[in-house]
Design a protein around this ligand. Structure first.
Ligand code: ARE
Ligand code: CA
Length: 474
């Protein structure tokens, strides 16, 4: 439940809207070598298709059945991806949409062939199958129009329809069995875990009931016997409602959205980095916190949006992700995006509904509209750093409001300078010796004395970051 099942590796990447064929290739050609734990993939299940909205990315958050047939590919492609990634030690985590099915008022046939009808009182999803009695009864929802509209009332949040999405009745054994059946199918294929979408809108005991029905992970996909599905739950707790992240600790990790605001604030005003993790603010305990600088919603103003830093400001973004990976709180995920002009726009396409391949340029960056933040040199090097210092705590913390530095046990040392330069004599916590900065590919280095002190110089406006570690770099 709490172990991501990736051999102690520390960082996941969300390859948002990538096709299964491209993810399989990315595991083999890049992610394995770069030390990534695994990939969060977009929802793999059959979903509505919305030409009238120009095939927005969010159509995949309206499932039609649990058949593995989506805009990212067929079930055969999915299975091939999971197997190929597992065989190079990179795990797959599925974005699981099980709080609801489609929005109300929709009908049609999904790509995998299943029909759906949620027009009027109909709630027909024969591909599962679900019908009207499997959806939360209207009298359970204390809201005038049946939709979620009062975040101060847990029954409203969990029993009403989130943005008019038909809400599954998670109390029923039938629904719990159906959802567990979907998850056990993923497990049998070799998926290592899930993000539970809209977990905040599900009762924790309903989630627990589903998880209690799950099998161990299969040893034939390289999981040690007795391994459990890794779970992280999307609970947006910004101190703005009745639902708190700690209600979900027994069923897995929780997304910590306050971290997104905090790191954005900290990069704007380095002094704030000193109290980045604010337990007084109710932030989740470290061994339950799932953290990221931005996600597929808040980078485009969905899901409450907020002040977050994204790839659109590369200089700030590199600092935000570098700091996130350098410090010791939580389990980390890196976002990998595509460029967009409006917040509904789907991924790069070949026209219409067909998602374009990810193009890899000769220099290792991506083309064709894909941003591939996870391939930026700073991100790659910081993944290496975080893996190497895993298990150590932050110490020798120093912050003068313009530059910041700290050590990770006696394994690593990190420094960052907002204006692009710094020159300070600092305690590194490291054994004496010469260490090179992996961020600038060892163009600069520090000399650590017998007392652990070193002269730390940064002179690099675009990437004002230093990361050194025992046994990394050249
Ligand atoms: C779309 C249309 C809607 C339409 C609906 C049904 O935009 O107008 O009514 O379809 O036809 C995504 C998109 C939605 C989209 C949906 C379904 O973002 O725009 O709706 O897919 O296609 C809350 C929830 C949180 C949720 C965010 C978006 O708590 O769980 O809202 N996030 C997840 C995903 C989303 C996804 C869904 C859930 C649905 O990450 O990508 O929606 O599966 C405060 C509160 C938060 C609240 C936030 C925004 O911060 O504390 O709890 O988040 O405000 O309301
Ligand atoms: Ca619900």
């Amino acid at each position: 439940l709490y172990d991501p099942n990736c051999n102690g590796k520390q960082v996941m990447v969300h390859l948002f809207e990538w096709k299964w064929t491209d993810i399989a290739a990315e595991c083999e050609r890049y992610l394995a070598g770069a030390g990534f734990c695994g990939v969060q993939v977009s929802p793999p299940t059959e979903h509505v298709i919305l030409p009238e909205n120009n095939y927005p990315w969010w159509q995949r958050y309206q499932p039609v059945s649990y058949k593995l047939f989506s805009r990212s590919g067929s079930e055969a492609d999915f299975v091939d991806m999971v197997h190929r990634c597992n065989s190079v030690g990179v795990r797959i985590y599925v974005d699981a949409v099980v709080n609801h099915m489609t929005g109300t008022g929709r009908s049609g046939t999904a790509d995998g062939g299943s029909t759906y009808n949620s027009v009027g009182d109909a709630r027909d999803f024969p591909g599962v199958p679900y019908s009207a009695e499997h959806f939360t009864p209207r009298d359970q929802c204390p809201s005038g129009d049946g939709n979620v509209n009062d975040y101060s009332n847990p029954a409203n949040v969990r029993n009403c329809y989130l943005v008019s999405l038909t809400d599954l009745y998670g109390k029923l054994d039938y629904v719990r069995d159906a959802v567990a059946g979907y998850f056990n199918h993923l497990i049998q294929v070799g998926v290592a875990g899930i993000r539970i979408d809209a977990a905040k809108h599900m009762w924790p005991e309903d989630i627990a009931a589903v998880l209690s029905r799950l099998n161990d992970l299969p040893t034939d996909q390289g999981f040690p016997a007795g391994s459990k599905f890794y779970v992280f739950q999307e609970v947006i707790d910004q101190n703005d409602g009745a639902i708190k992240v700690d209600e979900y600790y027994d069923t897995g990790y929780v997304t910590e959205f306050r971290y997104c605001s905090k790191i954005a604030w900290g990069i704007k005003d380095y002094g704030q980095l000193s109290n980045l993790i604010d337990y007084g603010w109710g932030m989740a305990r470290s061994d339950r916190a799932f953290i990221f600088t931005d996600n597929h919603d808040n980078q485009r103003g969905h899901g409450g949006g907020g002040n977050v830093i994204t790839h659109e400001n590369p200089r700030d973004y590199k600092q935000a992700v570098a700091y996130t990976l350098a410090q010791d709180y939580g389990f980390t995920r890196i976002m990998s995006s595509y460029f967009f002009e409006n917040s509904d726009q789907g991924p790069p396409s070949n026209g219409g509904y067909s998602t374009a391949d990810v193009t890899i340029n000769a220099d290792g960056s991506c083309g064709g509209g894909w941003v591939c933040e996870h391939r930026w040199n700073v991100m790659k090097k910081m993944v290496e750093f975080r893996n190497l210092v895993a298990g150590t705590t932050m110490s020798n913390y120093w912050n003068n409001g313009n530059a910041v530095a700290f050590s990770r046990g006696n394994q690593g040392f990190f420094a960052m300078a907002k204006q692009g330069s710094m020159s300070e004599t600092l305690q590194t916590g490291l054994p004496a010796g010469s260490y090179c900065n992996i961020i600038d590919d060892c163009a600069s280095s520090i000399q650590v004395g017998a007392d652990g002190m070193a002269q730390v110089n940064i002179n690099n406006y675009e990437e004002p970051i230093m990361a050194v570690c025992v046994g990394c770099g050249g």
